[in-house]
Ligand binder design. Structure first.
Ligand code: PMP
Length: 423
C-alpha cells in the first residue's frame, strides 16, 4: 500500500521495515507488542518521551475546546508560549514567530536576515543540515539531500570546524580558529564584502554529531558581525536541554545569536517550530503582509507550553547531562574494545559514534554501520544513523531515560559491534 500510494522518496531505516504502533516515554511498541528502547526519539523530537501524559492531556483539552482559528484573531496560547520562550532566551531575544517545521523556520530566518540587513549573501557550514524546502535545501550542505535543480542563489558554505575530518591540522581549538578564518576568506572572495547572515547548528545533527571546539562560534560570529551579518543558531536538534549543560546549544559556546530557530522537541511530536529574535530584527517582516496558516495554532502552542513545564518539572536537562555523561563514558570504553569505532563525540544526550574501516585512513564503515543498526534493532534498541556517508550512529534518546536504559543500550551496542566486526 505504502509503495503504491506514498511518495517513493520516503525511505525507511531497516531492511525489514519496523512498524511502530504505540509509544510510552522512552519505549515504543511494534504491531506484535514487542517493546523497543527508543534512542532516536522520532528523530530527536520526543524529548519529553512518547505520549507524555501532561502534553497529551493539554493537547486533548485544547482540541476539545478549539482547534484552529489563525493568528488574525486573538487566542491566549499564542502570546503565552511566545513569552515563555522569551523567558528561556538570553535578554533581548524576546520576539517569536511560529511556523510548523524546521525548514520553514530557517527559510524565515534567512528572509529576516536579508530584509533586516539589506544584504543578500548567507553563509552556512559544510556538513550542516537545515531542511528540505528550497532555501533550506540551499543552506543544507550534503549532496545527498540536494536535487539537481536550480538552487536559491547567494548561499555559500564554509569549512566545518569538526576536528575529526578537518582539512586543517592542530588542536581542536586551532582547527576551530582556522575554520572561522575561512569565513573571512569566503566573504572576501565570494561576496560584495557585506553579508546578510551566518547560520550554523551548534552541533551538526544529520551531519553525524560533529562540532567545533568551543571557541568556534564566538570567533565565527565576530567575523560575520564585522561584515554586517546576523548570526543564526539552528537549535532544531540541540535546543530544549538536550546538550545537558545548557538549555540551548549555543550557550555552550558562550555566544548570543541574533536569531534562533527551533523545531522538533518544541512540540514533542506536534508540528510546531519557531524563530525567536530581537524586536528590531522582527520588525523587518512587518513591512509586508506575512502569515502562516497553522503558525501559532492553539494546539501546538498548548503542546509547547506543556513541553517547557515538563522539562522544568522533571529536570530533563539535568538528566540529559548525567545520563549523557554515563553514556559517553560507556561509549568511550567501547572504543577501546572495538576497532570499528573511530570517534565518540557530542554533549549531553546528543551523541555520535563514527564507524570507520581503519582508524588511520578513516574510511567510512558504511555497511558495518547498517549492520550495527540491524543488530541493535533485533536486540530491542533503536538508534539513528547519520553523516554524509551514513557511518555515524546517532544516539539521541528522549531526555527521560534512566541509568538502566543507558547500561542496557551499551550492552546491546557492544554485542552489535562485535557481530559487525566478525562479518
Ligand atoms: N534543522 C535541523 C538542524 C534539522 O535537524 C532539521 C530536520 N532534521 C531541520 C532543520 C528541518 O526540520 P524539518 O524536517 O522540521 O523541516
Amino acid at each position: 500500500m505504502r509503495r503504491q500510494y506514498c511518495n517513493p522518496a520516503v525511505f525507511m531505516l531497516y531492511q525489514e521495515p519496523l512498524m511502530i504502533v504505540e509509544g510510552h516515554q522512552q519505549y515504543v511498541f511494534d504491531e506484535t507488542g514487542r517493546r523497543y528502547l527508543d534512542f532516536f526519539a522520532g528523530i530527536v523530537t520526543l524529548s519529553c518521551g512518547h505520549s507524555h501524559p501532561k502534553v497529551v492531556s493539554r493537547v486533548r483539552d485544547q482540541l476539545e475546546t478549539l482547534q484552529h482559528t489563525t493568528t488574525i484573531y486573538l487566542h491566549p496560547n499564542f502570546p503565552k508560549f511566545a513569552k515563555a520562550l522569551a523567558a528561556k532566551m538570553p535578554p533581548g531575544l524576546d520576539v517569536t514567530y511560529f511556523v510548523n517545521s524546521g525548514s520553514e523556520a530557517n527559510e524565515l530566518a534567512i528572509t529576516m536576515a536579508r530584509a533586516f540587513t539589506g544584504n543578500t549573501d548567507i553563509i552556512a557550514l559544510r556538513n550542516g543540515y537545515h531542511g528540505g524546502t528550497s532555501g533550506a535545501m540551499a543552506l543544507t550542505s550534503h549532496h545527498t539531500w540536494k536535487y539537481n535543480i536550480e538552487s536559491v542563489p547567494r548561499i555559500h558554505h564554509v569549512v566545518n570546524p569538526d576536528p575529526y575530518r578537518s582539512p586543517y591540522q592542530g588542536t581542536a581549538e586551532q582547527i576551530a580558529s582556522r575554520s572561522a578564518a575561512d569565513i573571512r576568506e569566503l566573504i572576501k572572495y565570494s561576496t560584495p564584502g557585506k553579508v546578510a547572515g551566518f547560520i550554523a547548528e551548534p552541533i551538526n545533527g544529520v551531519g553525524g554529531v560533529t562540532q567545533g571546539a568551543l571557541n568556534y562560534l564566538g570567533e565565527a560570529y565576530d567575523i560575520v558581525r564585522e561584515h554586517g551579518g546576523l548570526c543564526i543558531a539552528d537549535e532544531v536538534q540541540t535546543g530544549f536541554g538536550r546538550t545537558g549543560n545548557h538549555y540551548w546549544g549555543f550557550q555552550n559556546y558562550g555566544v548570543v545569536p541574533d536569531i534562533v530557530t527551533m523545531a522538533k522537541s518544541i512540540g514533542n511530536g506536534l508540528p510546531c517550530a519557531a524563530v525567536t529574535t530581537r524586536a528590531d530584527i522582527a520588525k523587518s517582516l512587518a513591512t509586508r503582509l506575512h502569515l502562516n496558516t497553522f503558525g501559532g495554532n492553539p494546539l501546538s502552542m498548548a503542546a509547547g507550553l506543556a513541553v517547557l513545564e515538563v522539562i522544568e518539572e522533571e529536570g530533563l536537562q539535568a538528566n540529559a547531562k548525567v545520563m549523557g555523561a554515563r553514556l559517553k563514558r560507556g561509549l568511550t570504553e567501547l572504543m577501546a574494545r572495538h576497532r570499528l569505532i573511530g570517534d565518540v563525540r557530542g554533549m549531553g544526550l546528543m551523541l555520535g559514534v563514527e564507524l570507520v574501516e581503519d582508524r588511520n585512513t578513516k574510511a567510512p564503515a558504511k555497511s558495518a554501520t547498517a549492520a550495527v543498526l540491524e543488530a541493535t534493532k533485533e536486540m530491542g534498541l533503536l538508534v539513528g544513523k547519520g553523516g554524509l556517508d551514513g557511518n555515524v550512529l546517532r544516539i539521541k534518546p528522549p531526555l527521560c531515560i534512566t541509568a538502566d536504559d543507558v547500561d542496557y543500550a551499551l550492552e546491546v551496542l557492544d554485542r552489535a559491534l562485535s557481530l559487525a566486526e566478525r562479518k
